[in-house]
Each structure stands twice: as C-alpha cells, then as structure tokens.
Design a protein around this ligand. Structure first.
Ligand code: HPA
Length: 254
C-alpha cells in the first residue's frame, strides 16, 4: 500500500476516499497524528500529516521514528514524502517540483535510528542512494503521465530549522553541492531505509533560498502560502497517478 506523508501545504489529501482513521501505537511514542486510510483512484493508500493535522509540530520535534514505524507497521510498501523546500540552484523557481536523488544531512539531535537502546546490536546500513530509485522513477513517470513538469534529481540539504537559513548558510550549502534545502527530509529517509520501505520525495520549491533572487532581502511567508496552494494541486494530480501505478505493482507482488 502506498503511504503518503504530507508536509506544509498538504495536511489533507482531498483525493483520498477515506475508509477510516487510526491512531497507531508504536514503541517510539506517538506519531504526528492518526493515519488516514482509504483509496486513491481505487487503490489502497494511507496518509499522515507530518506536522499534525493542525500544523502544530515543528520540523525538529516531529517524531520521525513513530511516523515511519507506524506506516511500516500498517503495511506501507512505499512511502512518498511531500515537502516544501527552498531553491538554491538558479533554475529551481518557486512552484517547481523536484524528485531529489541525494541528501546532505545538517540536522542534529534528532532520533535518527531504530538501532539503539537496550539489547540492540550495532547495526550499520548502506545509504549510498538515500532514495529508492524505482520509486523515484515511478513518481517521475506519474508526473509525466499527467503532464506535470518535475525536475529529476537534485541534492537535498536537510537543515535543523525551524528558522530559515541565513544567506551565508545558503552559500555554504551551495558550495557543498546542495540544490534545494528543507527541514524534514532527515531522518525520515534513513528510518524508512532501516525498515526496508522504499522511500521517495516530492519536493515543492516554495521560495528562492535565503539571499537568492527575490529572497535577497528576506523571504515572504505570504508569497510561500500562495505558491504552495497552487503547487499542491499539481502534486495531487501526480499522487493520483502514482497511487494507480503503485497499486498495480503491489497487486503483481501479491
Ligand atoms: N529553507 C528550509 N526549508 C524550507 C525553505 C527554506 O528556504 N522553504 C520551505 N522549506
């Protein structure tokens, strides 16, 4: 079953035909909210709002372990994470959609592994490719099927938040090779990998990153709201098509 995690601008999935909601208990505490189950285009899907349904949980306080564990426990065979980001690379303009291919993690102090605590043996995982290639391809194909342009690939910088970055920090991220910047991509991606759940992201450029283009003198939150409202309509189209494709793959595996 396809799992969708919605971020800022996507706290509900209007295209999900809801069957029920469930608050999942996990060994890691409470997820951000109840998981909503239902069907998208006739295929089973589940949805979770990363910041809570009332948008009350900031990026550094999201219980990523509980969220990913709960979706895995309820049978997610793939997770697509929708999140707004700032664009660093000059060709990434507000409203653009990116399916990133790499991550640099600048977050700190977050619970970022299931392999810790009493009785856990030291466990290392391969994370050379942080996103699942096949699922990324499926997202890109879905976007192309419904005529929604999407950038294939890009390096995502995960910052701690909740504040936005300084202009100098963005310059540093660019020197490091980052194309886009957001606050929630990690540890979500690595936790999904630890549980063996394919994970991909749909990032929506909400604004030029700090110090760039029309964010040279500051970032307008009002402008971000407008961009996200419009862009999430396109993301919904992609998710509709993706759910249909993912459902087909699931049925073949059954
Ligand atoms: N930086 C970090 N996270 C973000 C941004 C940004 O500029 N825009 C939306 N999420």
């Amino acid at each position: 079953m396809l799992g969708i995690i919605g971020g800022s601008g996507l706290t509900q999935l209007s295209n999900l035909d809801v069957s029920h909601r469930e608050v999942v208990r996990t060994p890691y505490g409470e997820p951000s909210g109840a998981i909503t189950f239902g069907q998208i285009c006739g295929k089973p899907a589940m949805f979770l709002a990363r910041h809570g349904y009332g948008h009350t949980i900031p990026p550094h306080e999201v219980n990523y372990r509980a969220n990913i564990w709960a979706m895995w426990n309820k049978g997610a065979t793939g997770i697509v994470s929708v999140a707004s980001v700032g664009g660093i690379r000059a060709d990434l303009a507000p409203g653009d959609i990116v399916v990133p291919s790499q991550i640099i993690d600048y977050t700190w102090g977050r619970k970022s592994t299931f392999h810790e605590g009493d009785g856990c043996t030291v466990t290392h995982i391969d994370f050379t490719e942080p996103y699942d290639r096949a699922l990324c391809q499926m997202v890109l194909l879905a976007a192309s099927d419904v005529g929604v342009p999407a950038h294939a690939g890009g390096i995502y910088a995960a910052t701690q938040g909740p504040r936005l970055e300084t202009a100098a920090e963005i310059n540093r991220l660019e020197r490091d090779g980052a194309d886009l910047v957001g606050m929630t991509g990690m540890p979500e991606a690595v936790l999904a990998r630890e549980l063996g759940v394919p994970y991909a992201a749909i990032n929506v450029i909400a604004n030029y990153a700090a110090g760039r283009a029309d964010s040279r003198d500051g970032i307008s939150f009002e402008a971000i709201e407008g961009v996200l409202r419009e862009s999430m309509q396109r993301v919904r189209l992609v998710i509709d098509r993706l759910a249909a494709c993912h459902g087909e793959v699931d049925s073949l595996a059954d």
